[in-house]
Design a protein around this ligand. Structure first.
Ligand code: ATP
Length: 255
């Protein structure tokens, strides 16, 4: 496949915090209709690399990114890339649910409103309903849309954050350990949701939990010491890893 045929590509991407290199020459392709899991021991650079995919590293003053990352063949680090637009196309869900201290409705409506996606109130209502439905939250909140988003349970808050990302019509959704702060039932709901969303977006998920990676992803990338050691079909990575370091990690020898 050409680079443009992939939703996103990274080529030789390195990330430095000051003098310290956290990500080393990573190249990877991300495709639509797939969930790609990033796994690896703590501190191996998974989150740092994830954040390069929508330029969240721009918000960290010591961070410097080298190499090339494309979205539909276009360099996302070029000077004419509109970063606000980029982050709508490549949305992000964080480890800790972070709804705005506003109503459930406003949490979801904010993005479409500032991006001009809803010409009328009726359009906005429709977007909010559709996004909450896709995030599997509508039935639980449809009668209390004016309640504060922060009053929801942790799992509901995380689904609200997913609805908020979905509302601006992203193509890629980045998830940084989206279930690690949740209980097992809320985690199962998020995993189910990721499974349902797969057909519409390219999803990239960082997870510490190998079982979770095996359950939700079709492709897995194993990172170690800032390097991408191995990338392949999830089944292959977990049953027949090609690299010794991958094998050691999935069999629990470190991490
Ligand atoms: N804002 C920052 N400033 C300086 N160094 C950082 C910053 N963020 C991360 N690092 C360093 O970069 C390296 C990679 O960290 P990163 O958080 O990307 O790893 P990770 O694999 O996601 O780890 P974890 O699974 O524990 O979240 C680590 O050595 C970390 O200490």
């Amino acid at each position: 496949m050409t680079q443009a045929a992939h939703k996103m590509t990274a080529r030789d991407v390195s990330v430095f915090y000051g003098d310290k290199q956290a990500v080393k020459n990573v190249s990877i392709d991300i495709d639509m209709d797939h969930v790609t899991a990033f796994i690896g021991p703590s501190g191996c650079g998974k989150s740092t690399f994830l954040r390069t995919l929508n330029r969240m590293n721009d918000t960290i003053s010591s961070a410097r990114v080298e190499g090339a990352i494309t979205l539909d063949g276009e360099n996302i680090y070029s000077s004419d890339m509109d970063v606000v637009q980029l982050r709508a196309r490549v949305g992000m869900v964080f480890q800790k649910p972070n709804p705005f201290p506003k109503s459930i409705f406003e949490n979801v409506a904010y993005g479409p409103r500032i991006h001009g996606l809803a010409p009328s109130k009726a359009d906005l209502d429709l977007i909010v309903e559709r996004s909450l439905k896709r995030a599997g939250l509508w039935e639980e909140v449809k009668d209390r849309l004016t309640d504060s988003g922060t009053a929801l349970s942790g799992g509901q808050q995380q689904r609200l954050c997913i609805a908020r990302a979905i509302a601006v019509d992203p193509e890629v959704i980045l998830m940084d350990e989206p279930a690690s702060a949740l209980d097992p039932i809320a985690t199962a709901k998020i995993e189910e949701l990721i499974h349902e969303l797969r057909g519409r977006y390219a999803i990239v998920i960082v997870t510490h939990n190998m079982q979770q990676a095996a359950r939700v992803s079709q492709r897995t990338a194993f990172f170690h010491l800032g390097q991408l050691v191995e990338y392949g079909e999830t089944d292959q990575i977990f049953t027949a890893p090609r690299q010794e370091r991958t094998k050691d990690y999935i069999t629990g020898r470190y991490g």
